[in-house]
Design a protein around this ligand. Structure first.
Ligand code: CP
Length: 310
């Protein structure tokens, strides 16, 4: 498959099932669990520059992209504090993108506004990778989530995945639900009624004849292969009193261990605040830190692919 070179990665919906599977297969080439000798990776993109523009805070996405770029031999430019740039003097978003476009070979953008990655891609000639645009999309997170599910379950068809927490504002669950809908996956949604999966996404699931169920509590008889827990997104609430009323309703405390013992694998895009009890971390089926590590391999693969180096 050769059509990744020069391509923008803006929305998971832009990738076909075959393309998603190709990225996941490529990520295995960077994963020490599958490839013991990875030193050749350091030369794949030598001489290329990644421009990382982070207008919104990030730990995993920014640092794993920085690590991924360097692991395949790239240099890095960019910022994570726009106030330290000429944006502070009033320079526009588009002009900022134009400038980085002339210095870098791929642009990685995190921004609080939905649609900003698309806007950047319209201006930039180099490939733009959306590293999270407001409540909209975070396609590299989706790819690493799928990679984790595939690695743990050995398949993407014939499994059940439950998504829990903030299904209204959580861009990770929107995109993951859509991506899973390309496979034979039963989906379970668990959230406060005010944070339900939006109709625009369930409408797509219906049109694709995806089996799904919705609950306003964790069901007593809970059967799923994966539970994907999420943080209630304080920064997306207009009314903070509403946030305070809802934020602690869907916490997984130590009693969730019984489900982990039964084989449910617990994922979370992180950061977590208090929605997973840290005493669960040591359980082999609490896989959120492994999930974050997988982001490195997926991002190495994506960078190499859009640069045409694989
Ligand atoms: N999961 C994720 O996007 O984390 P960061 O916000 O820390 O990048």
């Amino acid at each position: 498959m050769k059509n990744f070179k020069g391509r923008d990665i803006i929305d998971i919906k832009d990738l076909s099932k075959e393309e998603i599977l190709f990225v996941l297969k490529t990520a295995k080439r960077f994963d020490p669990e599958f490839v013991k000798k990875d030193r050749s990776n350091y030369e794949i993109a030598q001489g290329k520059i990644a421009g990382l523009l982070f207008f919104e805070p990030s730990t995993r996405t920014e640092q794993s992209f920085r690590a991924a770029a360097q692991k395949i031999g790239m240099g890095i430019i960019g910022f994570n504090d726009p106030e330290s740039t000429s944006i502070h003097k009033g320079e526009s978003f588009k002009d900022t993108i134009r400038i980085i476009d002339s210095y870098a070979d791929v642009l990685i953008l995190r921004h609080p506004q939905g649609g900003s990655a698309k806007e950047a891609a319209e201006v930039a000639e180099i490939p733009v990778i959306n590293a999270g645009d407001g409540p909209n999309q975070h396609p590299t997170q989706t790819l690493l989530d799928l990679y984790t599910i595939l690695k743990e379950a050995g398949k993407l068809d014939g499994i059940t995945v439950a998504l829990m927490g903030d299904l209204k504002y959580g861009r990770t669950v929107h995109a993951l639900s859509l991506a899973l809908s390309r496979f034979k996956v039963k989906q379970i949604f668990i959230s406060h009624p005010k944070l339900k999966m939006p109709d625009e996404f369930t409408a797509i699931l219906k049109s694709r004849e995806v089996e799904y169920e919705e609950f306003d509590h964790l069901p007593q008889k809970f059967e799923a292969d994966f539970l994907y827990q999420t943080r209630v997104q304080k920064e997306r609430f207009g009314d903070l009193n509403e946030y305070k009323k809802i934020k602690d309703k869907f916490i997984l405390d130590a009693s969730f261990r019984k489900y982990l013992d039964q084989g449910v694998k617990l994922m979370h895009p992180l950061p977590r605040i208090n929605e997973i009890d840290p005493t669960l971390d040591s359980h082999q089926n609490a896989i959120y830190f492994k999930q974050a590590r997988n982001g490195l391999y997926v991002r190495e693969a994506l960078l190499a692919l859009v640069l045409g180096r694989l």
